[in-house]
Design a protein around this ligand. Structure first.
Ligand code: ISL
Length: 472
């Protein structure tokens, strides 16, 4: 079982209100006891933090806010002692605009790094090269008056897209992954892989309907700037490097259907070992709906990777919950995604039934997309609130005021309070995970839906002749 501790919000060791690596290290016993086999840490590299670390200004270091490389090494060795692997987040599509590569690229048209990013002439004075809009609002092009060209960014302007068509960029990114593998990293979660390539002809994206999104932009189909076939070449390249170290690649793969998800494993199982099934997050709470979906994923031929929550979406507690039986529903969901054939990836706090608590006033919003899209888009603060460790001030996350407020529900839903009652969400997670680790059927049994009419699913044990891989 993989666990995602959002480092800002997991545990704060130096009491500055922001979580850090030493904080994660201090909670390794808890993670081991819970039944965690690997942790995926969202970006903890140096960053101006415009997108909370998804704007990396140095791929080979740790942001002082989170600690040092020595702290990271301690975390890896402490985790290893507890048989927990450490996975990092690789922001492959873009860097920060403060990365030295971009600063160089921006410095002049003749810069050696000019072609490391996507620079184009506008269609005319004040006009961007095409109609593409950023998924975080506004045009996807920003004009640089110094060199009189526009640069492309699928996300914020502070996150310029790297040019993956440039072999030097590819090579540099492959080297970054090697550098971390040598340091003991067991793999990467690859961020936003769909957005790696753009149509070189820069065709305008089709506009869908006449409505506007939360940021006031026309609604576009990302036909020419996402999911280009070249993405798979890049994944094959990254996989080759991962294979040198026996590392695993997890993909942030938002797919429309199973057929699309299947492609990310690679035709010869030579792309991602673990493309996430994020479609699961969009289903309503219904046995027949889940059964049909899981049958499709299970039959896709790859190793399924189930995700029900992460740092970008409303927590599963609220999404599946009906407002009355949320704890019970949280347990049903745990039983489901922790026992079906595949690897579950759990977001921190799911195991105690944390809920999403969005800000109620615009001035409290920290996530820039919430500031930009308020009130339609409140941003992602609500699912990033501090981990609720106990019933003391700040839920035991920090002695200082946390960077995001602790939701009132921490009084009842916290690790200490849920460690005693045998029917708590936490105890349920622990019990299921204990079973998962000792029961062969749950480790490598095959999946078969039974009793379809009474709306239950079971997993049966059937010896599969798969080669053992640690991430299974
Ligand atoms: O969070 C979203 C919108 O609210 C998604 O569209 C998200 O941007 C998309 O899934 C890509 O997410 C990843 O890359 C982003 C970063 O902000 C997200 O936190 C990360 O998970 C840009 O690096």
């Amino acid at each position: 079982m993989f666990y995602e501790p959002y480092p800002r919000s997991f545990a704060d060791s130096n009491n500055d209100g922001v979580g850090d690596l030493k904080g994660i290290t201090s909670r390794l016993d808890y993670l081991q006891d819970l039944g965690v086999d690997a942790i995926w840490i969202t970006p903890c590299f140096p960053s101006p933090q415009v997108d909370f670390g998804y704007d990396v200004s140095d791929y080979e270091n740790i942001d002082p806010m989170y600690g040092t490389l020595a702290d990271f090494d301690n975390l890896v060795s402490g985790a290893k002692k507890r048989k927990i692997r450490v996975i990092l987040d690789f922001v492959v599509n873009h860097s920060s605009d403060q990365h030295k590569w971009f600063m160089d690229s921006k410095s002049s048209r003749s810069s050696e790094k000019r072609d490391w990013y996507i620079w184009r002439d506008g269609k005319g004075p004040g006009k961007p090269p095409n109609n593409w809009v950023s998924t975080f609002g506004g045009p996807a092009w920003t004009f640089d008056p110094n060199t009189n060209q526009h640069y492309y960014h699928f996300f914020y302007a502070q996150q310029p897209d790297l040019n993956w068509r440039n072999p030097a960029v590819k090579g540099a990114m492959f080297d970054v992954s090697r550098w971390w593998y040598k340091r003991g990293v067991a793999g990467f979660r690859l961020d936003a892989v769909d957005t790696l390539f753009e149509d070189p002809g820069l065709h305008d994206n089709p506009i869908v309907g006449s409505g506007k999104n939360a940021y006031g932009d026309p609604i576009e189909e990302n036909k020419y700037n996402t999911k280009l076939p070249e993405v798979h070449d890049a994944l094959r390249g990254l996989r080759k490097v991962a294979d040198e170290s026996g590392a695993v690649l997890i993909g942030e793969t938002w797919t429309k259907d199973v057929a699309e998800l299947k492609q990310y494993y690679g035709e010869h199982s030579n792309e991602l070992q673990m493309p996430m099934d994020l479609m699961l997050t969009k289903l309503r709470f219904s046995a027949p709906v889940f059964r049909e979906h899981i049958a499709g994923i299970d039959g896709a031929g790859g190793w399924p990777v189930y995700v029900i929550s992460n740092h970008d979406i409303v927590r599963s507690y609220d999404r599946y919950g009906d407002g009355q039986h949320n704890d019970q529903i949280a347990k049903v969901m745990a039983a489901l995604y922790l026992t079906v054939r595949g690897t579950p990836i759990m977001y921190y706090g799911e195991e105690i039934g944390m809920k999403t608590t969005p800000p109620t006033r615009k001035q409290d919003v920290k996530d820039p997309i919430g500031q930009r899209g308020w009130p339609k888009e409140k941003g992602r603060d609500g699912e990033r609130t501090p981990m609720q460790w106990d019933g003391s001030a700040n839920a035991g996350f920090s002695k200082a005021t946390p960077w995001l407020p602790v939701p009132p529900a921490y009084k009842t839903h916290n690790v200490v309070a849920e460690s005693q009652p045998p029917d708590s969400v936490l105890e349920f997670y622990k019990q299921v995970l204990r079973l998962r680790h000792i029961n062969r059927a749950l480790l490598d049994g095959s999946y078969m839906a039974l009793n379809e009419s009474d709306q239950t699913c079971f997993r049966i044990c059937a010896a599969t002749k798969v080669k053992w891989c640690w991430w299974r």
